[in-house]
Structures are given as structure tokens and as C-alpha cells.
Design a protein around this ligand. Structure first.
Ligand SMILES: Nc1ncnc2c1ncn2[C@@H]1O[C@H](COP(=O)(O)OP(=O)(O)OP(=O)(O)O)[C@@H](O)[C@H]1O
Ligand SMILES: [Mg+2]
Length: 224
């Protein structure tokens, strides 16, 4: 049984059909990258999977082991106030609270690893409100990484990251995907980091819709 089975879903806002009869499924351990131009419905699809967007027809079936509040989610636009009074560590650890009220050593290690890989360990005790835009994004990524052992959903996670930070973040995702069999769904415009993409691609581009393996997708692009 697939971890996520999206069956013929249509999502509309008023008269506007944003997602039109889309179907695909993911197995545990898949790493899906969603691509497509602005406004093609990428964020809307993530919200539909999370149960935050109303589906007009069709349905999305999640494996019964996958509870919606055990999904790590980094939205494209967050609602954390600029002057939120918390340290980096405090923000990161809120990602852990949906699964445990104690910060167990396993998840603490994951938080520490994420901060280290993203190069912000030294900021642990700094105030979130004093960080730069890219540094804040890294803190939120570390938080999403800690929030789940099942499914991680990232919407344009590399916003604000410089080139090296992007590469090391993608490499970290790939490593966690392999070693922990964590399923990942990521919206991205960074197709130039091909070796760091996941195993599957979904394109919501109306002119070139696609769902399948990344290898196949890359072959098609080169064939054009
Ligand atoms: N809450 C909403 N109410 C009405 N229309 C919406 C709403 N959310 C999204 N839309 C519309 O749905 C379409 C798809 O939006 P969505 O945010 O899913 O696109 P996207 O592929 O994530 O784009 P981007 O690459 O810019 O993030 C857009 O035309 C947008 O205006
Ligand atoms: Mg979006």
C-alpha cells in the first residue's frame, strides 16, 4: 500500500481550477521534487496533502501509520513575527513537540546535526529576531527536520540560501532520506542541483506535465 495515494484530485478556488484531475502515488522512502511555474498549484497541492486545502473532487489517501500531525512542514510563507522572542534552540525544539514532550537524544542529535550542516551551530543561543533572512530560513529548516520521522514537506525550502548552503542542505536531505528512510516532498525551482534531487519528479507545468523517475525526467529535458 502506498504511503500517499493521490487519486484524481481537482482543487478549485472559485471558478479557477488550480489542480485538474491529478493522480500519483508515493511509497515510503520516496523523495519527490515538485516543479512547475509560479501559480501552477505546487503550494496548493502540498496544502491538499496536509488537509489544509479543500479538494473539490477525488481524494488523497494517507497510509494509516501516517498521522497528519507527525508531518514536518515548512510552508513557503511562515507566520512567525519578525520580533518573535525566542532563541534559535527554542524555535528548533518546537519542531519536536508534536512527537514528544521530552527532547529525546535521538531528536536532539538530529536538531544539532541540522544546525551543524546548515552552519549555524554557533547561533544556538542567539535571539531569532536578530538573525538575517537566510539564517532564519536555516533555523526553520532545522525545525521542520526535527518534526518528523515519517514525512517531510518543504515548500521552496532554499529561499534565501546562498549557493553553498543550498548544496549542503540538499545533500543533508538526501542523506536523511537514505539513512532514515524518511519520505520527502519538496517544491523546488533548483533543477541545476540535479545530482541532489530526489528519485521522483512531479511537474505541474501545463505544457509539460510529468510524474515519474528523476532519471526519466532529466532524459526528456535533454531530448528537447
Ligand atoms: N487561498 C487562495 N484563494 C484563492 N486563490 C488562491 C489561493 N491560494 C492560491 N490561489 C491561486 O491558485 C493558484 C496556484 O497557487 P499556488 O500558490 O499553489 O502556486 P505555486 O505553484 O505554489 O506558485 P509559486 O511558484 O509562485 O509559489 C494561483 O493562481 C493563486 O493565485
Ligand atoms: Mg508556492
Amino acid at each position: 500500500m502506498p504511503l500517499i495515494n493521490v487519486k484524481n484530485i481537482t482543487v478549485t478556488y472559485g471558478k479557477h481550477k488550480v489542480i485538474d484531475n491529478l493522480s500519483f502515488s508515493l511509497e515510503e522512502g520516496d523523495f519527490l521534487c515538485i516543479v512547475g511555474p509560479n501559480g501552477s498549484g505546487k503550494s496548493t497541492l502540498l496544502k491538499a496533502i496536509l488537509g489544509e486545502a479543500k479538494i473539490h473532487s477525488g481524494n488523497i489517501i494517507l497510509d494509516k501509520e501516517l498521522k497528519r500531525n507527525f508531518i514536518g512542514y515548512l510552508p513557503q510563507h511562515n507566520n512567525i513575527p519578525e520580533d518573535f522572542p525566542a532563541t534559535v534552540n527554542e524555535i528548533v525544539y518546537t519542531g519536536l513537540l508534536n512527537q514528544t514532550h521530552f527532547v529525546s537524544s535521538k531528536y536532539k542529535k538530529r536538531a544539532d546535526d541540522a544546525l551543524k550542516t546548515l552552519g549555524i551551530s554557533s547561533l544556538k543561543n542567539d535571539s531569532y529576531s536578530n538573525l538575517s533572512g537566510g539564517q532564519r530560513q536555516k533555523v526553520l529548516l532545522a525545525r521542520a527536520l526535527c518534526a518528523t520521522s515519517k514525512l517531510l514537506i518543504l515548500d521552496e525550502a532554499s529561499n534565501n540560501l546562498d549557493y553553498n548552503s543550498k548544496s549542503s542542505f540538499y545533500a543533508l536531505l538526501k542523506k536523511i532520506n537514505k539513512t532514515e528512510n524518511l519520505t520527502i516532498i519538496m517544491v523546488t525551482h533548483d533543477l541545476d542541483h540535479k545530482n541532489l534531487l530526489g528519485n521522483k519528479i512531479l511537474s505541474l507545468d501545463h505544457d509539460s506535465p510529468f510524474f515519474g523517475s528523476t532519471d526519466e525526467y532529466v532524459r526528456r529535458i535533454h531530448a528537447h
